[in-house]
Design a protein around this ligand. Structure first.
Ligand SMILES: [Zn+2]
Length: 239
C-alpha cells in the first residue's frame, strides 16, 4: 500500500523543514554542518549524505582504543552512544592525513560548562541528529570536547568521518568538534588544553604535520569553527 509510505514522506518533509535557517537555532542541537550546507545550497534542505555511501554490511565492528592517545577519552558507552549503522560507514582505508576542527555552534559555550551528564546529553543529541535526520552512519565527528576539557569518543577511528563537507574532504580526515559557539565567545582554557593534547597525540601517532591541522572553513564555505576557536587553531599551527 502506498498510503503509509506517503504519510511517512510527509512526516519526513515536515521534520526536515522544522529547524530554522542559518544561525537561527540557538538552543537546538542542530549540527553546524547542515547550516553550512544550507548556506551553500541557499535553501533549507538537509543533506542526506556527507559522502557516506551505502555498501554491504560489514560483519565486523571493531571497537578500537585510540592508539597513542594520552588524554583521557570518554568512550562511547560512557555517554550512551547508539550503535553505528554498518551499512553507512566506510573504513578509513589508510593512514590519517589531516585533522579538521569544528565547533558545534548550537548553543553558547557557557551552556556546556557543567556536569558530565549535560555534555553527554549534548553529544547524544548530535549523534541522534546525524543518525536520524541526516541519515548518516554515526555521529560525524571522531572526538568532541566540552568546556571542562572532557574528550568524548565520537565515531570510532576505524571509520571515515562525516564532518568536512563531502567524501573527498572527509577522506583520511579526523574530525574534532568543540561544544559551543566560538564566534561569540572564546573556548575555555580547559577545552583548549584538551584540544592541544589531543592534536599533539593524533599528529604524533599519524605523522600529521602542523599544516594539516585545518579549520572547517579551510575546506568549506562556513564560519566554523568560529573566529575565537579559529584564532586558537591558527596559533597552534603557527599560521
Ligand atoms: Zn564544522
Amino acid at each position: 500500500m502506498f498510503t503509509p509510505r506517503i504519510s511517512q514522506l510527509l512526516a519526513l518533509g515536515l521534520l526536515l523543514l522544522l529547524p530554522g535557517g542559518c544561525n537561527t537555532t540557538k538552543g537546538s542541537l542542530r549540527s553546524e554542518l547542515e547550516r553550512a550546507d544550507d548556506r551553500q545550497a541557499g535553501r533549507l534542505t538537509v543533506r542526506r549524505d556527507q559522502g557516506e555511501q551505502r555498501r554491504p554490511s560489514v560483519t565486523k565492528s571493531p571497537s578500537i582504543t585510540p592508539a597513542g592517545i594520552t588524554q583521557t577519552i570518554h568512550r562511547r558507552p560512557e555517554w550512551g552512544a547508539r550503535p553505528h549503522k554498518a551499512s553507512r560507514v566506510n573504513v578509513v582505508g589508510g593512514r590519517w592525513e589531516k585533522i579538521t576542527v569544528h565547533h558545534s555552534d548550537e548553543v553558547g559555550a557557557t551552556v556546556f560548562n557543567g556536569s558530565f551528564s549535560q555534555s553527554a546529553h549534548a553529544v547524544r543529541s548530535i549523534q541522534r541528529y546525524h543518525l536520524d535526520v541526516n541519515g548518516w552512519g554515526d555521529i560525524g565527528y571522531h572526538f568532541l570536547i566540552d568546556a571542562r576539557g572532557r574528550i568524548f569518543e565520537g565515531r570510532e577511528l576505524t571509520w571515515q568521518g562525516a564532518h568536512a563537507g563531502n567524501s573527498q574532504k572527509n577522506r583520511r580526515n579526523i574530525g574534532i568538534c568543540l561544544l559551543g559557539d566560538f564566534n561569540h565567545g572564546a573556548p575555555s582554557t580547559a577545552a583548549c588544553a584538551a584540544l592541544e593534547g589531543l592534536l599533539d597525540d593524533l599528529r604524533r601517532e599519524n605523522s600529521i604535520p602542523l599544516g594539516k591541522v585545518l579549520l572547517h572553513s579551510d575546506l568549506s564555505n562556513t564560519e566554523c569553527p568560529g573566529k575565537h576557536l579559529s584564532a586558537w587553531v591558527k596559533s597552534y599551527r603557527g599560521s
